[in-house]
Design a protein. Structure first.
Length: 199
């Protein structure tokens, strides 16, 4: 299974957005400075294509997807009837690794992805190790009995803020309804992403 294993702070600085869900001062202080020795000198205005590319990269990197996965997702959305941007956000938000993160079982999407691939997550009482699995309404997500005793998970679970489309009771949660654009603050423009793939 392919995934990005390079330096993640570099990605966040390239996009100028805290896509890693981290609160470290070193990252937040340097977010407005692009990576590289000459980062501060790069002030060239982006073309329309450049802006669309940056928005696409932001979305990909926020959810931890590679290009092929993301382009397939957008192409599937474009074939369906309805508001394309809304459907794209719904599909991204209902990935199993993202739901585990949104339920507060993990500090970041990367940690949630690792929990899923290592077999610590159950969907409807069945172990599932596919991070891209699309969770549907009423699916019940729980952690393995061994992982439920983990002190860091218990501490993380207490601090989490649950979004309106999810419900959680203890270390069990479910998708109540499909997410809508107004439920989530997304750091990218879905319109520009759709335009990028419509070229």
């Amino acid at each position: 299974m392919a995934r990005y294993t390079g330096p993640k702070h570099k990605l966040a600085r390239r996009e100028g957005v805290n896509i890693l869900d981290k609160t470290s001062n070193s990252l937040l202080r340097r977010l407005n400075v692009p990576p590289g020795v000459h980062g501060k000198k790069r002030t060239k205005k982006l073309s329309e294509f450049g802006q669309q590319l940056r928005e696409k990269q932001k979305a990909k990197r926020t959810y931890g997807l590679l290009e092929k996965q993301f382009s397939n997702l957008v192409k599937n959305v474009q074939k369906k009837k309805g508001e394309t941007g809304e459907m794209l956000i719904s599909l991204l938000e209902t990935r199993l690794d993202n739901i585990v993160y949104r339920l507060g079982f993990a500090k970041s999407r990367a940690m949630a992805r690792q929990m899923v691939t290592h077999g610590h997550v159950f969907v409807n009482e069945k172990r599932l190790n596919i991070p891209s699995y699309q969770v549907v309404e009423k699916d019940i997500i729980t952690l393995s009995p061994k992982f439920q005793k983990n002190p860091s998970i218990l501490a993380q679970e207490e601090q989490a803020t649950i979004l309106p489309f999810l419900a959680r009771e203890g270390l069990s949660g479910k998708l109540v309804r499909m997410p809508k654009r107004q439920d989530i603050e997304v750091p990218f423009s879905t319109q520009q992403i759709i335009e990028y793939y419509s070229r």
